[in-house]
Design a protein around this ligand. Structure first.
Ligand code: NAP
Length: 314
């Protein structure tokens, strides 16, 4: 037992997957979940995801030893302000937000060591394009990395407890400096996501192509981008607006590289194209060797989704 009471704010894909783990792993005696969506709360009740499923923040966080923010990042500041007067002193505050600098700034405006709270940023780097409690599942985190970003409001004891909590979910845990986290995620997650949004938007708007045909032959590569671009719009809007500077720098670099590729094609510079593609092939091999794209993991996810009789991820 890691915590007597835990409160999860936001019972969507990530919040509900964590809730399933906390109960299953017996890491908490009592689990409370809060959400602003009555429909999602109702689903959480039906799925018995927690002991308390409530739309009352005071009820959720009262006496909690750990509070986990799992709503879209732009809501963190408001929620932190609202829970402050109901929180137990000494409570550990953490989050699962995809952007750390903004999330922690917002939380720590209200909750920090001076006020008697311990804050440790967290980001489980795992997910699917689905959202909501019905799409969460316990093995979502298995074999993936969780990044903790401790700062001056953290304590080694809190980092150790959260490390155990995520390890019990099957994650490998790393710690990282806050700004560095946002830089790394901009490259491996935010830019690829933005490119998917852009490609799907471009192809969908092309003139002279039948929409039916694009969908019919989508397995040619388009399909993989549509999976990524099918992700939750609120979550990703918040990510781009809150990791703005880093993403803008990467977009500039990406556009330059794209123009270079355009030139290579225009001037028949096949050797340049070939050399780049050879280099990217090696990167793909490295990703597989690092077990970051494991057929087994994907199979497990599909099995869990299939077992619950809901749409399978493509
Ligand atoms: P999600 O499935 O959409 O769940 C978010 C939940 O929070 C929904 O029930 C939503 O209700 C509710 N909510 C939204 N605004 C709220 C507010 N102001 N107060 C209370 N509840 C609110 O999203 P998710 O994918 O779990 O993402 C949650 C967090 O995890 C985000 O911070 C995201 O950056 C992070 N994260 C996501 C992934 C991923 O791949 N999805 C991976 C790692 C980390 P409505 O449905 O009514 O909006």
């Amino acid at each position: 037992m890691l915590f007597a009471k835990a409160a999860i704010l936001g019972i969507g894909l990530i919040g509900s997957s964590l809730a399933r783990n906390l109960k299953q792993n017996q890491d908490v005696r009592e689990l409370a979940v809060y959400d602003a969506s009555p429909a999602n709360l109702q689903k959480a009740r039906e799925l018995a995801l927690a002991d308390i499923c409530t739309d009352s923040l005071p009820e959720a966080v009262k006496e909690a030893d750990v509070v986990i923010f799992a709503t879209p990042v732009c809501s963190f500041g408001e929620l932190a302000q609202q829970i402050k007067s109901y929180l137990k002193k000494g409570a550990i505050i953490t989050d699962v937000g995809s952007v750390k600098q903004y999330s922690l700034q917002e939380i720590e405006k209200y909750l920090n060591k001076k006020e008697g709270y311990i804050v440790v940023g967290g980001h489980p780097v795992a997910g699917t394009e689905k959202s909501g409690p019905e799409n969460g599942f316990a093995s979502l985190f298995k074999g993936r990395w969780c990044i903790l970003t401790p700062d001056e409001n953290s304590t080694p004891e809190a980092v150790a407890l959260l490390t155990k909590m995520w390890e019990h979910c099957g994650m490998k845990v790393d710690t990282m400096e806050i700004a560095h986290h946002d830089k790394v995620m901009a490259a491996v997650s935010h830019l690829p996501q933005l490119i998917a949004y852009s490609i799907v938007g471009t192809v969908a708007d092309l003139e002279g192509y039948e929409h039916k045909e694009i969908i019919k032959y989508s397995a040619g590569g388009f399909r993989d981008f549509t999976r990524i671009a099918g992700s939750d719009p609120t979550m990703w809007r918040d990510v781009f607006l809150t990791n703005k500077q880093t993403v803008l720098e990467l977009i500039q670099r990406f556009v330059e590289d794209l123009i270079a590729l355009e030139r290579n094609i225009r001037w028949d510079e096949g050797d340049k194209l070939f050399n780049l593609f050879k280099r990217t092939q090696k990167i793909r091999k490295d990703v597989i060797e690092a077990k970051q794209d494991q057929p087994e993991h994907e199979k497990r996810i599909l099995e869990e989704l299939g077992a619950k009789n809901i749409d399978k991820a493509e």
